[in-house]
Every structure is written in C-alpha cells, then in structure tokens.
Design a protein around this ligand. Structure first.
Ligand SMILES: Cc1cc2nc3c(=O)[nH]c(=O)nc-3n(C[C@H](O)[C@H](O)[C@H](O)COP(=O)(O)O)c2cc1C
Length: 218
C-alpha cells in the first residue's frame, strides 16, 4: 500500500434497499465535490430500488456509479456536475472480509442513506448480516460518526425502539424529512435539503440547502 493510500481516510456510504436512492446520490455527489474520499457499499436490496427508481442495473463498478450520479432527479434537468476523477472504492456487500469490516481500517465515519427498517434493526441489534451492517457496527464500536437516514412511514414501535437504540449507541438519526422554509422549486431541492443536513453533521462544506435566516415569509 502506498503512503497516500494508507493516509486515505474515507467516509463510508452505505446504501440500503429503502426507497430514496436520490438521497444517497446527493450525499455521494456532495462528498465527492467537496474532495472527500468515499468507500461505497450497496446492499443487495438496494439493487432493486436502483432498478426501480433510477432504471439502473447496479454493478459494483465506478462507471455504473458515474452513470447513477449523473442522472438528474427531475425529468429534463441537466446532468449534475461531478469531479473528473471519483475518489471512490466500491466494496461488495457480500464481502465480509473487506477492509471496512475491521476497526483497524481507518475511516472518518459512515452514513447509511437511505436506511431500510431492516438495516436499522440489523445495526441496532449488531447483527452484521452483511458488510454494510458490519461496517456500521464497526463505526459505532470505534466511536466514529455514524449517521442513519431512515426512510419508512409510518413507523412501528419496533423500528422506533431500534432508532432509540441507535441514538443511545452514539449514532445520529436523521430522518429523510425535507423542510419547506427554503421554498423548494423541484424535487432535487427537497432531496438536497436532506443531503445538506447529513453533510452538516459530517462537518463537510456544501451549498445544498437554503439556511434559515430568522425572517419569516422571505
Ligand atoms: C422497490 C422497493 C422499495 C422499498 N422501500 C422500502 C422503504 O422505503 N423502507 C424500508 O424500510 N424498506 C423498503 N423496502 C424493503 C427492503 O428493501 C427490505 O426490507 C430489504 O430486506 C432491506 O434490505 P437491506 O436493508 O439489506 O438493504 C423496499 C423494497 C423494494 C423492493
């Protein structure tokens, strides 16, 4: 491993099979445009939501990722900007021996977006049924930043209890709940609000959302 590779401290982005692939795309673009390295894990079920919501046949491959991230959320909108080179490593969700399954692999933290109720349960209970859940468990045990973005409604008492467990374990639970005070004009702006809140928690600079200024009705 080169010295530079050894110094690389990525954010892990875990994409699960909940509806809301545009939220994941917006966070990935935000991190990459800010020059942050990313390790990406796409769960098996997320392949179904990518096919359904983006029309994409997912493979753990950088060119497929680029195709996804260049897909506009709003029909007819221009393709979103991306850096020429993507500093991304894609790990297979089935590969439990991959680097992110160990705490000795240094990362800055992890975002699970969107988070299915199944993955919320798996992470809250420490099941580690795949690399994504194991990486989240490692992130918690190493006391690194973990942001979980659940996407389901309504929620059962069981899921609510799992979310409380995650909060108690140190995760930030950040529901996919866009606000309207920025007067969003399209779907991308609603999506970007949630992505911007995630990047705020990570401490990554962005201009994805309109910040509240304290003036009503402007
Ligand atoms: C098209 C589609 C949309 C889904 N949307 C949701 C959702 O919004 N929230 C959720 O919790 N599960 C949703 N599911 C169910 C999850 O994919 C399922 O529970 C799966 O086991 C999650 O696995 P994972 O967490 O490992 O990705 C959806 C499934 C499909 C096929």
């Amino acid at each position: 491993m080169t010295e530079e590779a050894a110094r690389r401290r990525p954010w892990i982005v875990g994409v699960t099979g909940a509806s809301g692939t545009p939220y994941a795309a917006a966070v990935l673009r935000g991190l990459l445009c800010a020059g942050e390295p990313v390790d990406l894990i796409v769960s098996r079920a997320a392949r179904l939501t990518l096919r359904d919501e983006v029309g994409l046949t997912w493979h753990d491959d950088l060119e497929v990722l680029r195709t996804w991230l260049r897909e506009p959320t709003d029909p007819g909108a221009p393709a979103p900007e991306l850096p020429a080179t993507l500093d991304v490593r894609i790990w297979a969700a089935t590969d439990l021996a991959a680097a992110p399954s160990s705490g000795s692999y240094l990362t800055r933290g992890m975002v699970v977006i969107p988070a299915s109720t199944a993955s919320v349960a798996g992470i809250a209970l420490g099941l580690s049924k795949d690399l994504l859940q194991r990486a989240a468990d490692v992130t918690l045990k190493e006391r690194r930043r973990l942001v979980v973005v659940p996407r389901e409604t309504p929620l059962t008492g069981t899921t609510l209890r799992h979310l409380v467990r995650l909060d108690e374990a140190g995760a930030v639970v950040l529901p996919a709940a866009p606000a309207f005070y920025g007067k969003p004009k399209n779907i991308q702006q609603l999506v970007d609000f949630v992505a911007g809140k995630v990047l705020d928690v990570l401490g990554v600079e962005h201009d994805l959302l309109t910040r509240w200024t304290g003036r009503l009705g402007t």
